[in-house]
Write a protein that binds this ligand. Structure first.
Ligand code: ATP
Ligand code: MG
Length: 242
């Protein structure tokens, strides 16, 4: 299986604040890879490092065989990465325009896409999130948190990324919606063929849809392997650092 993403011996942080120590991680084509770990472990920082939004001190980030270490965010996006940041950061960065409708936001995200492909891509997004189709004429500022999260992911999908990075997409959602989100994430992989790197607090559900998992504790990988091998006991052990 081809590799979409390879992170090698990554050391990264923010300025002098060193967060990640020797991270190795791979996402293969067609995989859903789950990234778990306690608060402050460095999960978001790892996604930020891939997206060019943290400081990489050494090591490499390779996307589809090309070294993208330290490239700025817009270049990384252009090369095939969509990144839906952890909310509330989402508000500032997801490129959602509150005064525009759902449909207009999707159009706004289609810059650079050949005109004749735009409607087809919007249909793809609506197939993944039928709710967005119902809400197509609603201004984004009136969307609920969950609907807004769907739109943020939908905007990322408009660019047909090779890799979709989702940082806690189900946090703050009503329990009923959470299951819908997990099946949508699986659909994105199965129907659109997009590989996924998923950070989740909801470990059990994430591991159900995940192929492989990594557990990060205080900036280091403490487990990597088949998602099905991580049961609750093992996870508790890793989280508690025993
Ligand atoms: N922009 C930033 N500048 C400086 N330090 C930061 C920044 N973002 C995060 N940190 C720090 O880096 C460390 C790792 O944070 P990070 O957000 O990566 O953890 P996380 O695993 O995503 O946690 P959570 O589960 O709470 O989202 C924390 O000590 C945090 O305070
Ligand atoms: Mg985080």
């Amino acid at each position: 299986m081809a590799e979409v993403l390879r992170v090698e011996k990554l050391e990264a942080g923010y300025g002098k604040f060193h967060v990640l120590f020797g991270i190795d991680l791979v996402v293969k084509s067609g995989e859903i890879v789950v990234l778990l770990g306690p608060n402050g472990a460095g999960k978001s920082t790892l996604l930020n490092s891939i997206a060019g939004m943290a400081d990489v001190y050494s090591g490499r980030v390779v996307l589809l065989g090309r070294d993208i270490t330290g490239r700025p965010p817009h270049e990384v996006m252009k090369m095939g990465v969509a990144y839906v940041m952890q909310s509330p950061n989402n508000f500032g960065t997801a490129n959602i325009f509150g005064e525009l409708t759902v449909y207009e936001n999707l159009i706004a995200a289609s810059a650079g896409i050949p005109g004749k492909e735009v409607e087809g891509r919007i249909e793809e997004v609506f197939n993944i999130f039928p709710k967005l189709k119902e809400l197509r004429n609603r201004k984004a500022k009136f969307l609920s948190g969950g609907e807004r999260q769907m739109l943020a992911i939908g905007l990322g999908l408009m660019k047909k990324p090779k890799l979709l990075m989702l940082d806690e997409p189900t946090s703050g959602l009503a329990p009923k919606l959470v299951s819908d989100f997990f099946s949508a994430i699986r659909d994105i992989r199965d129907k659109l063929g997009i590989s996924i790197l998923l950070v989740e607090q909801n470990a059990r559900k994430a591991l159900e849809i995940g192929d492989r998992a990594y557990v990060l504790v205080t900036g280091r990988v403490k487990f990597s392997g088949n998602a099905k091998l991580l049961d609750e006991g093992k996870l508790a052990e890793l989280f508690l650092g025993r």
